[in-house]
Design a protein around this ligand. Structure first.
Ligand SMILES: Cc1ncc(COP(=O)(O)O)c(C=O)c1O
Length: 391
């Protein structure tokens, strides 16, 4: 039996066409130059980066000058948060600005905010409802005269819930507050028009869309100040020092072009796969045999993420058994010291204990066939029934 990969929200395989585009910049013949060098090798690399920046900007519907290449989603989140807070402080907007984020952000945002708290800043972590949505009224109430930044993710990486980004952005703009959006999971699944949204910063990562690992970008709206967090050369218009990851950048742009071209098809396929998976669980486990977590309405969730709990079956046991059957899924929560932590996202959604402790995230990718999903769901249901019968 072939292995079945259902963990595309963690990472995706490199697209063969992306690999082809990257190859000349990895092999040592001509494309290995440093973009900062003035000779022809450097010029060729500079051109490749500039062409990739234009392509990525076209895919994201923004101006290429608004993009800063980074080492991935984590660095983009760090740069947006630390960089905007530092810029606000240097403009005299208070040394210790207030930040608003949500309880269900990725740790790249949460841990960055915690670091700011250690430095004396204040952070409000907005709660979410049982579907994973923040409430605009809570956000409005949390805004203070010293609020500098709001950081809310586009789509959640564990349950897929989409936040009301336009409404949040309009509120932020009306109060003169900067707005950062972690769009790492949304890129390639939702039609993102960076410059059409009331957003100041948006984080992206290549490896979630069949691009290479270790490459990402931060969109930074025109006229928004950002203090660099890496110092050295003048790369990225002095906003992010360091020799560019040329092959990674070329690969990211190629992956983004493909992802944007194929977005409709992927959305449709993921919706079909989700339906098949749920139908199969329904058939084998019946009503009450499983619980879908996240938003019940397809227009309020990412299409590729299906988070399901199997009450009475512990997440770790289920994941291990799935792995033995060649099925790769995830819990979405961190694994430290050998045991899974309960997901901070599901906890924030205030789900019952048995739902929290039995949740598994299945996430789909491009070209995934329907029969794979049915097979995986049948196997998962068989494991669940076996474990339940043992009790
Ligand atoms: C929502 C979200 N933000 C940020 C990241 C971090 O991205 P990267 O792995 O490129 O550092 C991830 C990765 O899982 C993510 O899902």
């Amino acid at each position: 039996m072939n292995d079945i990969y259902l963990d595309h929200a963690a990472t995706t395989p490199l697209h063969p066409a992306v690999f082809e585009r990257m190859l000349p910049h990895l092999s040592g013949v001509s494309g290995f130059g440093n973009p900062s060098s003035t000779h022809r090798f450097g010029m060729a690399a500079r051109l490749a980066v500039s062409d990739a920046r234009d392509r990525l900007a076209a895919a994201l519907h923004c101006d290429s000058r608004q993009l800063i290449f980074t080492s991935g989603g984590t660095e983009s989140d760090n740069l947006a948060i630390f960089g905007s807070i530092a810029a606000a402080a240097s403009k005299g907007k208070g040394q210790k600005g207030h930040i608003i984020t949500s309880q269900i952000e990725h740790h790249a945002v949460l841990h960055t905010c915690e670091q700011l708290q250690r430095a004396g800043h204040e952070v409000t972590y907005l709660p979410v409802d049982t579907t994973g949505l923040i409430r605009i009224e809570d956000l409005e109430r949390a805004i203070r005269p010293d609020t500098v930044l709001i950081s809310i993710m586009f789509g959640n990486n564990e349950v897929g819930t989409l936040q009301p980004i336009r409404a949040i952005g309009e509120l932020a703009r009306s109060r003169g507050i900067l707005f950062h959006v972690d769009a790492v999971q949304a890129l390639g699944h939702i039609d993102l028009q960076a410059s059409q949204l009331p957003v100041d910063f948006m984080s992206f990562s290549a490896h979630k869309i069949q691009g290479p690992k270790g490459t990402g970008a931060l969109y930074c709206a025109p006229h928004v100040h950002l203090s660099p967090q890496l110092f050295g050369g003048s790369q990225e218009r002095k906003r992010r020092a360091g020799t560019e990851n040329v092959a990674g950048i070329v690969g990211f742009a190629a992956a983004a072009e493909l992802a944007v071209q194929n977005i409709g098809q992927l959305q449709q396929n993921c919706a079909k796969l989700r339906q098949k998976m749920v139908e199969t669980f329904q058939k084998f486990l019946g009503d009450g045999g499983f619980v879908e977590n996240g938003h019940p309405d397809a227009s309020h969730r990412l299409p590729h993420i299906v988070n399901v709990s199997f009450p009475g079956v512990d997440t770790e046991t289920l994941l291990m058994n799935l792995d033995l059957e060649g099925i790769a899924a995830a819990s979405g929560s961190a694994c430290t010291s050998g045991s899974l932590e309960v997901s901070h996202v599901l906890q924030a959604m205030q789900l019952p204990e048995e739902v929290l402790r039995s949740a598994v995230r299945f996430s789909f990718g491009a070209g995934q066939p329907e029969d794979e999903i049915v097979l995986a769901a049948e196997r998962a249901a068989t494991i669940v029934s076996r474990i339940r019968n043992r009790k």
